[in-house]
Each structure stands twice: as structure tokens, then as C-alpha cells.
Design a protein around this ligand. Sequence first.
Ligand code: SF4
Length: 702
Amino acid sequence: MTGAAPVLKVMDTQCPFCSVQCKAVVTERWETGAVRPVYTVEPKLNKASEGRLCIKGMNAYQHSLHRERLTVPMRREGERFVPISWDHALELIGEQFAKLQEQFGRDTVGVYGGGSLTNESAYLLGKFARVALRSKYIDYNGRFCMSAAASAGNKTFGIDRGLTNPLSDIPLAKCIILAGTNIAECQPTLMPYFTRAKENGAFIIAIDPRETGTTRIADLHLKVKPGMDAALANGLQKVLLEEGLLDEAFVQDRTRGFAELKAHLDTLDLEEIAQLTGVSAANIRKAAIAYGKSSTAMVFTARGVEQQTDGYMAVRSFLNMVLMTGQIGKPGSGYGAVTGQGNGQGGREHGQKADQLPGYRLIENPVDRAYIAKVWGIEPEELPGKGVSAYEMMEKVHAQEIRGMLVMGSNPVVSNPNANFVEEGLRKLDFLVVADMFMSETARLADLVIPVTSYMENTGTLTNLEGRVLLREASRPALGESRDDWRILCDIASRLGRGQYFEFDGAEAIFEELRVASQGGIADYYGITYERLRSEEGVYWPCPSQGVANTGRMFEQRFAHADGKAELVPVDNHMPAELTDEAYPLYLTTGRVLSQYLTGVQTRRSHSLAARDVESFVELHPKTAKAYRISDGELVRITSRRGSIVVRGKVKTDIRQDTVFVPMHWGDSQCVNKITNQALDPTCRMPGFKVCAVAIEPLTIK
Ligand code: SF4
């Protein structure tokens, strides 16, 4: 006898765990009499991932269904959290924020957002800070992700969009430089674009202090000293200049600043650069010649180059070589800042950043202020001024200049550098509200935790690393009493007496306002609608009108500065902000592993992902391990000038002898950011996560 047919629920969704935003279909299958359903996940054909899903995408649904999901608002009572109603939670937030603002001024309440929020949430969070709270203090964790590349792109090209070319251009490149990017672990579904380029004859150069899945496809691996990427790019430019591998017509017609750059490069010495970077002059020469002689070429940078205290100038140094050779604005030639977070691109376009308003407008520009004030129905003078960057907000918290805070979509106590200091500061807050799906390390410090919907339960747009705007629609009902970010923000605004500016009935209504707010700005979404996104499977920005079909390739004729030219700039051979010495003789660098995303709050609750990497580790070279009498698998204490952590040693030849590596995904005693350096890039305010000085010792007494 055959039983009844199983009940199937088929859900179209999009993986939240990186900037590719691969599409997936999750099927929930209930067999007759079963006590729980079985889930299967299939990749769905889409233009970015070409129908691929990595292990994170295959298992992302698990965290969304996890039993630790927060389902009701929770208020702190001593060391415990107790459930309360939404009405009570909203009333408390309204009362506490209003009381603090009355007593200490409007700027005493700050907002901290995230690069995984949808465009609609990011937009509304920026508006919430400026219009509901009327506070200047808002910034977000994307400051730690994209700020160096974004600032460099804006200054060099006049616009910041992660990739200047569509992904489909990658296989057309005859030389590819992968600088400080571990695509194989961070954006795995992109790897076939690079392997296809290699099959087509591309020469691939990787720049990284470690061997990774990404460097293993390279023809040449430059194992640079941590923090010396800008100098290495200077060396590459010097060789291009010496060898006459410039596109003089391009330099003449489409750039400015070459004379100053050339004069600077003439003063540099290649042997000195080899000493500084730990890469031989012969290999620098080989890489530069391969790049300069190729008919098409692409350069990609990511956090390895950017998370430095000179990250902004380091990116500009790589952009110099792109421009000197004219390798941009054509099929197979261009530049890409490989975004990490799910909405790392869109998250930085709509006003979450301290200095920005929607559409990438500037908060200090009177014309931009007047435009956005009009869209929001307020007077320009009502808009607050420029705030400070994410880590600097934490300094304000520590100094009790900020006494109340809303954290949405972020876990700052694990993701900020010098995390012990950050935790001390957050504990001093008079009222901390954390909106999250789980009791994260930051939520544990909160006075009030409010539950939000997961990626499968809310609707919104995300902009992938190519600048392609994608619509992700809700495919499951909200779990318990969890609510969408937009609804929470509208409800709090209402409790603050500003509800008239937040009358939205869903994500699409917010997107409609976002379109208008972005119109005429750098990131112009005006021509994009939900209807269009449904029928076209994503639309590239800039998209000023509905008739426009953007190819995704930028700068074919001109750059975005008023004169149409890109800017070259001399870059010094900066040293890291913290150098090794007798007490702290090794460099520490940080990064990611394949199975985890950001601070692991979600991926550690996807059981298949959690099982792959159950704890953090320190990767160290066998000679380093021997020198410090550390065995593979042994617990190691790592100490910097800011504190200590204990993680398990992993002895591998993959890494430089003077460097150790710890991933960034774990909190508490394994939180590597307890020891990273809080020094900031002077331009973009990016912390120098990628290099600090440490000492190591085995925990076992020998
Ligand atoms: Fe795609 Fe990135 Fe998700 Fe992997 S983590 S499935 S590459 S979106």
C-alpha cells in the first residue's frame, strides 16, 4: 500500500553569506506521519553564480530554522533576560532614548548598522538616525569591509562600484592579479570564472602572505609581508615605467597626475622595495611584465590590501597600475574590489555611513543635504552633520558621549578591533538595544534584545559585488514574533513622535522612496523597480531611468569625475602602524575560513557548517612552531599590546615564517579582535586588522 504523497513547500531564495548572492531553491518535504520535515537545497541558475552554490549556500537555511532563534523581545533583569511584549519593548525604547536625548542632547543616542542588511533596511536605518533620532552618530560594520576601496574608487574614478566589469569579463582577461583576496574560501562560486580564464591562457598572480585555495591557482605567488601591499604595488609600477609598458595615449587622454606619479616612482628603489615587502625584485619584475604585456588584464583587491592603516593608499597604488597601462573600460580589462558581506555594495550606498546620505550623497554637501531633506519632508538645517566611523563611535561610547545605542544586523563586540575596549564601552551604555536573530556576543550585553526575521522571511533588495541589484523575496513566514527591520524602525520612530516620516507598508514602498532619494546621485537606482527586478533577474546600477539597460562595464568612454579623467597619485611605501620587536616578534594577520561568515553568529547555527570548523586556530609555519616549541594541535596563547587569546595551533608550511594567521569568526576567548590593532587609516578610518605585532607561547608547560 502506498502512503499519501509528501507535502512539498518550494522556496525561492538567495544565499545571505557573501557578496555573490547566489540564488537557491530550498524544498521542505513532509512525509506522512513524519515529526519533522526534510530539507533539500538546489542551486538556481542566475547570472552571477551561473547556477553554483557553495557549502555555505547549501546549508544557510539551517540557521534560519535553528532552535536558538530569538522569537520574542527580551529585557535584561540582572543577569537574566525575560520575555516581554512588543508593545512593552517599543515603549521602553521610545522612553529610554527620549530620556537620554532630553538629558544629554540628541547625539547621545547612536545607531550601528551592518553590511548584510537589505538596501531597504540600510536606507531606513540611515533615515531613522537622521530623522527619527536626529543624531549624527550612525556608522556600520561595512566600515571594516569596504571603506578603503570605496574611498579609493571615489577619489580615483569619481565613483565607487566594486567591480568595474561584469563577472563574465573575467575569463577574457589574459593576466589577473589577485591581491589580498581569498576568493576560494570567501566567494567560492566565483572560482570557476578564474579557472576558465586560466584555461584561456591567463597568467594569474596572487599576492598574499599565506598559501590559500586561491593562491594555489596562481602561476606566481608573491608572499608579501603583512602590511606592505602599497609598497609592492609601487614596485610593480616602477617596473612598468622602466620597461616602457605604459599606454601613453590612455594616460594622456584619460588620466591626470601622471607627471607627479612618475617623478615619485623615479625616486623609489626596486631593491629597497624587495627588502620592505619580502618579495624578490625578480618576482616583482616578472609580475609587472606579465601584467604590462598582456592584451587584457584585471586587478582584484580585497581585505588583505584594504584592512590596513594605509588601506586607502594601498588600493590607490594598485589603481595607478591599472590606469598607467590603460587596462580598464574594455572587455577583460578592469578592476574589482571583491566585497565580502552579503550586501557590502548596497549597504554602503544608502546612508548608513557617518559621512553619507542616500545615493552616495555627502552629508556635508549643501546641495546633497537640500535634496535629501526635500525627499524626507524636512528642512535641510534639521539634518544632523557628519558623525564618526564605527570604531570611533565605540570610543565615544567608552567616553560616555554616546549613552544609548541601537545595533541592527551587527556584532560589534567581536568585529571591532581592540574588542576588550569595545566591550568595556558597551557595558557602560545606559541603554543598549540589539536587533538580532540570535543572542550574539553583543546581544548578551544589551538591555533589550529584539528578534528580527531571517533572510528567508523578509523581502528586500541586495546589490552584489558586480553592482547588480537583486530582489530576494520572503519565502517563509516570520518565526515566532520576530519582525522585519523596517517595521521595527517605523514603530520606534512612531514612539519617538516621528512616525509621520516613516509611513511605509513594506519593503517595496521603502524602495520606491530610495529610488527617488538616489536619483541623480552616484549610486543612482531611479530606473530600478521591483517589477523590473522580477522580470530581468537583477539590474546594474547606475540606472537613472527605466529604459536603461546597463552592461555592467564601466568607464568605456570616460570616468565619473567632471573632466571625465581618472586621478593618479604618488603613494609612499608605508610601514604598518605596529611593527614587531623583541617583546612581540611576530606579525598577526586575520581572515576567513570557508565554512564561516563574519562573526559566525549565523554560520555556527548552521549545523553542517559548524561541524566543519568547531573552533578557531592559529596557523603557523613549522619553523616558527619549532622555535616556540609548539606542536600541531596544541593550545597556543597569542598576546599583543591589547590582550591575549588562546586558540589551537595548526602547523603548516603555507604561511610566512614571520607571520601567524587567526580567523575572525569566533568570539569570547577565541576572539582575535581582542588583540588586533585599533589604529585607523587617516582617510577612510579603516582599522589595521591585517597586521599587528604578537608574541606566542604554548599553553602546555614543557
Ligand atoms: Fe554563493 Fe557566497 Fe552563498 Fe557561497 S556564500 S553560496 S558563494 S552567496
